[in-house]
Design a protein around this ligand. Structure first.
Ligand SMILES: N[C@@H](CCC(=O)N[C@@H](CS)C(=O)NCC(=O)O)C(=O)O
Length: 210
C-alpha cells in the first residue's frame, strides 16, 4: 500500500485529497497534534524531509506535483486529467505546475522575503516581484470567469494544487474577495466530499497552531 508522510496543514493534504478523490487506499503517516514529531518521521525516509513525502514499494519521492503525476500515471486510469489530445490538456499541465513552480515562490518573495543587498535579485526585484501576487490572482480570476475549474469545466488534479497556495495568499494579508471569481471557485473545491474527508483525516484535532 502507498504511504503518505504528512504534516498537518501542509502540502501533503494534496496527496491525501487526490487519493480520496480516486478511492485509492493509502497509509497516512504522521503524529496528530505534533507537527515537529511528524517532520522527524519524514526525516527518517528522505534527506529533504519535506511534506509530502511518498512511498510506493521501494520508490520514495517528494514534491507534491510529481507525486500527483506519479499516482495518476500509475493508478489514475484516466481520471482527474484531461485526455492528452484534448484542448484542456495544455492548460491542465500549466496549472498542475504553476502553483508550486511560480505562484508560491513569487508570493513569498513579494510578501515575505527581501532580496539581499548588492545581488542581482535586488535589481530585478522591482520588475519581477512588485505587484506579482495581484498579477497572478487577476490571471486566475480571468480564467475562472469563463471556466468552472482552472483547466476547464471539469475538476482535475490541477485544482488540487490550488487551495493551499490560496491559503498562503490569505496568510500574507491579501483579500481573495477582491477577485470576483476566486472565492466561489474555492467554495466549489472545499465543498467536495473528498476534500471534506481529507480535512477530517489530515487535521483530526483541527488546524495546527503553526
Ligand atoms: N514544492 C514542494 C514544497 C514542499 C514543502 O516545502 N513542504 C513544506 C510543508 S508545506 C515543508 O516540508 N517544509 C519543511 C521544510 O521546508 O524544510 C511541494 O510541493 O511538495
Amino acid at each position: 500500500m502507498i504511504k503518505i508522510y504528512h504534516m498537518e496543514g501542509r502540502r501533503s493534504e494534496r496527496v491525501v485529497w487526490l487519493c480520496e478523490e480516486l478511492g485509492l487506499p493509502y497509509e497516512l503517516i504522521f503524529k496528530p497534534g505534533d507537527v515537529i514529531g511528524s517532520w522527524a518521521l519524514i526525516r527518517e525516509v528522505h534527506p529533504m524531509a519535506l511534506a509530502p513525502t511518498f512511498q510506493d514499494g521501494d520508490v520514495t519521492i517528494c514534491e507534491s506535483g510529481a507525486i500527483i503525476e506519479y499516482i495518476l500515471a500509475r493508478y489514475g486510469q484516466g481520471r482527474l486529467a484531461p485526455a492528452v489530445d484534448s484542448p484542456e490538456f495544455p492548460y491542465y499541465l500549466e496549472w498542475l505546475h504553476f502553483p508550486e513552480g511560480t505562484m508560491a515562490n513569487r508570493l513569498m518573495n513579494e510578501k515575505w522575503l527581501q532580496p539581499r543587498p548588492g545581488t542581482f535579485m535586488e535589481q530585478a526585484y522591482d520588475q519581477t516581484m512588485i505587484g506579482v501576487t495581484d498579477k497572478m490572482l487577476k490571471w486566475m480570476d480571468q480564467i475562472l470567469a469563463e471556466k468552472q475549474y482552472i483547466a476547464g469545466n471539469d475538476f482535475t488534479a490541477a485544482d488540487i494544487m490550488l487551495p493551499l497556495v490560496l491559503n498562503l495568499v490569505q496568510m500574507t494579508g491579501t483579500a481573495l474577495g477582491d477577485y470576483s471569481n476566486i472565492p466561489s471557485y474555492l467554495d466549489r473545491l472545499r465543498s467536495r466530499p473528498a476534500f471534506i474527508r481529507t480535512l477530517e483525516i489530515c487535521q483530526p484535532l483541527g488546524p495546527p497552531p503553526f
